[in-house]
Design a protein around this ligand. Sequence first.
Ligand SMILES: [Fe+2]
Ligand SMILES: [Fe+2]
Length: 371
Amino acid sequence: MSHAPMTLDDDPLAHLMARVESAADAQAKALHDTVIAPRFYTTDYAAMDQINVEPVRAEWNAMMAEYEGDNNHDHFQRDAGFAAEAKQQVAQLPPALRQEFLDFLIGSLTSEFSGCILYNEVRKHVTNPDIKKLMTFMARDESRHAGFINQSLRDFDLGVDLGQLKRTKRYTFFKPKFIFYATYLSEKIGYARYITIYRQLQRHPDKRFHPIFKWFERWCNDEFRHGESFALIMRANPKLLRGHNLWWIRFFILAVYATMYVRDHQRPGMHQAMGLAPTEFDYTVFRITSDIAKQVFPVEIDTDHPVFRRGMTRLVDINNHMTLARAQGGVAGKLRQGWCAVQAAAVFARVYCLPVKSQRLPAHVRVQPTW
Ligand SMILES: [Fe+2]
Ligand SMILES: [Fe+2]
């Protein structure tokens, strides 16, 4: 096994990341709320119950048949050698990379479980048969995904207590339309990330430093289909996709992209170890996500614009200063944190105001996961 040169152990910021040495640390990390950490959501269930998918009925029914067919029902099983292989490979990782990988597992677990809780709560609170059925299938998939990641944490006695997390983590309320924009994007970006990693490790199996990556291809097809579901819901309710809602769509695209960019650049070693430069990886993921999103969003943000690119770099710098200021503590630390927040908001606003590309939506909504 070979890795790209690691400089992370010399990076003062790496030492400020909360280390995961025990199950309690893993639990605390999953519970911890920051601007860029995955969140849990609640929504207006009565409004969810009113969703009508009649305008896309044919495509909807075809999608439900795919969920029913459940082609991944036997996928999330570990083979006999999984745990031994994982332990042996992770033992060889440089300590900083090991921490980044654990951070990645805990973050991914939190996101998967967040979907699981939200879909399950919607399922419980609605009577609309289309939405109820969809939520049942998506909760089924997310619960498999979360369980599969948690098994990998348990190999190192770092399993997260999901019941406790569900009871104690803070929930953010989003109106249904914001759930649709945000969740559509996070499902599609999840697909784009997993498939890009999978393809890279297919080309460079020597860089696959944990067996879990072998599961990513069929896994990301679940995420892709979840995204398709939200695309159909939004296309069936076109008022969500015009007028002032276009400003909300632009806001969510930028927020989701910027969050991913900052998070990935906070742990660049993991992507480097897979032979992926984090900046290049993120722009590949943006391109794939934007291409897919042509099925539903009439606007696309220009991720190649020099102001966008400079903005992303600035947000990483500001986030690093924020981390240092938080570690500094005291009144001076608080003031520095406030200043960082002001600067981040200004950069975000500048990028938000860039011109966007407009596009006509295709008559046929669904696309195939061919990346
Ligand atoms: Fe998932
Ligand atoms: Fe998903």
